[in-house]
Design a protein around this ligand. Sequence first.
Ligand code: GRF
Length: 196
Amino acid sequence: MNTYPIVILFSGNGSNMESLYKNLHHRYIEDWCIEIPMVFTNNPHAFGIKRAEKLGVECKILCHKNYKNRAEYDQHIIDIIQPYNPKICLLAGYMRILSEVFIKSFLTINIHPSLLPLFKGANAIKESFESDMKIAGVTVHYVSKELDSGAIIAQEAFYRKDYETFEKFENKIHSIEHKLYPHSVFEVIQNTIKLS
Ligand code: GRF
């Protein structure tokens, strides 16, 4: 049996981290077993830390304050993550832009709460809600140097008319995320294994 290690990075609530863990950890693809040995956060106050405790997964915390620059901080994250040999890193509400040194070290995937390339950045849900578009949605994509711009892996859209309050709209986005993200990552792994 081979293991397929994945590390998840988050900064806040951690609901996507939890859904990824619950849907992927110890799933089998042929003779490969997906393993999530550790999750990581830059935020010592993140609610996701409590979720990780409940899930029983190790959570490493490294606050980003007091570093000279992003690359220096990211090098420290790499040093923490590297011993786990992840084949993929998953960003789950990780609210920091990654420097090139990180992107070159790990294949990294992100979830974004809009139909990219529309509404990049940290206010995507609000901007998408306030737009006059008839549809909204979620994107899973590879992480590249440019923010929210890597190759798209999967998207799911919905008609906005049934979600007219911000709360309903946001809940709909998150409910899509919690299914689409683990499903898309599972497919990426499946395809990688088939090609290996
Ligand atoms: C999600 O909407 C995700 O798309 C975005 O940040 C949010 C994180 O939510 N990148 P949570 O921390 O996973 O609950």
